[in-house]
Ligand binder design. Sequence first.
Ligand SMILES: [Zn+2]
Length: 346
Amino acid sequence: MAASAHDQQLPEAISEEALARIQASSDSASLEALRVEYLGKKGRLTGALRALGSLAPAERPAFGQRVNRAKEALDAALAARGEELRLRRREAALEASAVDVTLPGFGPTPGRPHPLSRTLTEICDVLGGMGFTVEEGPEVEDDYHNFEALNMPADHPARDMQDTFFVGDDRVLRTHTSPVQIRVMERQPPPLRIIAPGAVYRNDDDATHSPMFHQVEGLMVDRGVTFAHLKGVLTTFLRRVFEREVGVRLRPSFFPFTEPSVEVDVGCVVCGQRGGECRVCKGTGWLEILGAGMVDPAVFAHVGYDPEEFTGFAFGVGVERIAMLKYGIDDIRLFYGGDLRFLRQF
Ligand SMILES: [Zn+2]
């Protein structure tokens, strides 16, 4: 206990000293120590009361009152200082957390469609406007619908073109949306005009390939459907999707489920078909954009359509490919990274 200069133990002297020390205290621990030192069971002011017994009876009431007044003054000072220190701690904590409460608040951020959703919606809108209706099918397919019925029996070399994810006996993650064609034709007689948008899966992963990507499959079957219809539909479709008069070029190709088959190119949307130094089309002026062809009679045989009576065309277009060209995106992985800085540009 600190030695006191006020050995005479007058309550006013003790209280005066205590009040000064309370005012100077800087934290709640030292404040508590002062309370014990002056007001505790063995405290100095409590000790002053004990001196009461040695006083003449006539002086006792007055002295007792002086001690009580001193105690009340100390109690009040301790409480006031305690509150002051509490507020100071709170202020320091607020300052440390660096919240500027005068800044305006954040409003709700409006969401917007992902560029792939947007592109997919546009593709469906354009083809929907041409009379195609949307069909869906399972993403986990059986071997029959993904390969066999599309004229790719087991051991067909074309199966190697699609790096397949197998998920069990006879089950694959569909490698294209073409199995939806089969499922629709199995349950519905011609004529039909459908598109099947959705996710497809290939074991492939780099700047232009993703293990999951999106396709839109198109199929039209009726009496008298010809290659001219295919070309007309695709030319109109591509010009509407790219919102300009792009050139369209067909090159002979091979797919097991169409015969004849074509790869379809559009005039480069970046250089306007000029080529030259353009890196997107590598100077050719053309971009490969989709695959198509007349439905192979062997496919019709699987679903019970009469190839002598009906003909049809099918095409498959990559949604990411269209979105990348439309919006000038050079890495397919940006679509799936979830980076808001990227997504907010659309
Ligand atoms: Zn180009």
